[in-house]
Design a protein around this ligand. Structure first.
Ligand code: ZN
Length: 403
């Protein structure tokens, strides 16, 4: 004889322990770690849920449980709206090998009715739900991660070869605020690699061109352009409101400046640099790994390391390195994966060799070491030997932030 619904429920009750909302609240407060599992439909979850609850609608249990809940020994408290769906879901999870699954009686309705804490995640518009749908599918991003991206503020130093792909992908991913510092205008010779810009914008400020491109791609993104040269006098003010700084500059004075300012302000600095056919990227995170000066305490002698304008650069190369910078920035915002802190990825595009070097923090580093000797910003042109101490500012290189 086919089982009735009542038979199924009775069977589930014999197998699954049920806890009253008060019991759940007490257990959540006493230190043992439970996974809270919300088995209602996505729309119900969006309206409000228990803090920290994982959303896995009952209809997706078989196909997603092992990905969403990889540890079968981890105790789980399942809930739904009233306690029926969660009881059946808990029974199903037990059959799938989960060892300790409890169902909450009364469900979310009783929990909320009792005045217990609940939260509502960020509400996405229909357009955003569609735009970010591929992120929502990834448990490592999801709606919570997308909300973090939309709330994040990233400052790009330079809208050139590296800044272009980085800004493009950060805007596409929905990073809500993108600051871009670049004093330069678009030049025809930039277009071989600086993909934010177009031929009809030659002669216009790069920050304006960048804004036009990025807002056409994603109107969610607030683009703030700073048409100025970054230097010791303005950098602390520029970086202070941003969560992550992306260094896409093409010269040594700016690279040391960005490094020192980020160490002093405690901001992560996503670094990239390119030369002809080779590129490298890493993350300098104050307090968590080395800084640029730990690796290169002294700049190369003037003229020893020519710029792209002097030595040339393969057009696709900054795309590769800039994409690594965008990826690392997103990982930092989401706090997921293993960031490139203390490691540098190095590409040789001619041989397509990719190496990852371990980087060590220097305890004697003049800026992030145990006894730092550089505690305020200095004259970086002078430090890089590009200007004699005290001499007038007849700089021999232009500190263009446009790799
Ligand atoms: Zn250092």
């Amino acid at each position: 004889m086919a089982k009735t619904f009542k038979d199924l429920m009775d069977e589930a009750r014999r197998e699954v322990p049920e806890w009253h909302i008060d019991q759940v609240k007490e257990h959540l407060g006493n230190g043992q770690v439970y996974t809270l599992l919300d088995v209602r439909e996505k729309e119900e979850y969006r309206e409000g849920h228990l803090g920290g609850a994982v959303s896995l609608p009952r209809g997706f249990l078989e196909i997603r449980a092992e990905q969403t809940l990889p540890d079968k020994a981890q105790p789980i408290i399942a809930y739904c709206a009233g306690g029926t769906r969660s009881l059946l879901a808990a029974k199903q999870l037990k059959e799938m090998g989960y060892q300790n699954v409890i169902s909450m009686t009364g469900g979310y309705a009783a929990w909320k009715g009792a005045g217990y804490p609940w939260k509502q995640d960020r509400q996405f518009t229909q357009e955003q739900s569609t735009r970010y749908s591929r992120h929502f599918l990834l448990p490592e991003v999801g709606e919570e991660g997308q909300a973090k991206l939309l709330d994040a503020k990233v400052l790009l130093i330079g809208a050139g070869g590296l800044g272009s792909p980085t800004a493009f992908y950060l805007a596409a991913a929905g990073v809500g605020t993108l600051g871009i510092v670049d004093h330069d205008t678009v030049d025809l010779s930039n277009l071989q690699r600086q993909i934010l810009h177009t031929q009809d914008r030659v002669g216009t400020p790069k920050v304006d061109s960048a804004r036009t491109t990025l807002q056409a791609l994603n109107p969610d993104v607030h683009v703030i352009g700073y048409r100025e040269r970054v230097d010791s006098s303005n950098i602390m003010e520029l970086i202070k409101d941003y969560d992550v700084i992306v260094d896409g500059c093409d010269n040594f004075p700016t690279r040391y400046l960005v490094n020192d300012a980020c160490v002093m302000a405690g901001k992560p600095n996503v670094h990239g640099s390119i030369f002809q056919f080779e590129g490298q990227a890493t993350v300098f995170y104050p307090g968590k790994g080395p800084c640029y000066r730990c690796l290169f305490p002294e700049p190369p002698p003037p003229g020893a390391a020519p710029s792209c304008a002097e030595a040339g650069v393969l057009g696709v190369l900054p795309g590769l390195v800039g994409c690594v910078q965008a990826l690392e920035t997103i990982k930092l915002i989401l706090d997921t994966g293993r960031p490139l802190i203390g490691r540098m990825v190095y590409f040789d595009t001619l041989t397509m060799e990719l190496r990852i070097h371990k980087l060590r923090k220097d305890p004697d580093c003049p800026v992030c070491g145990v006894r730092p000797t550089i505690t305020e910003l200095i004259d970086y042109e002078e430090f890089c030997g590009l200007r004699a101490p005290g001499a007038a500012a007849q700089a021999t290189i232009h500190a263009a932030a446009g790799a």
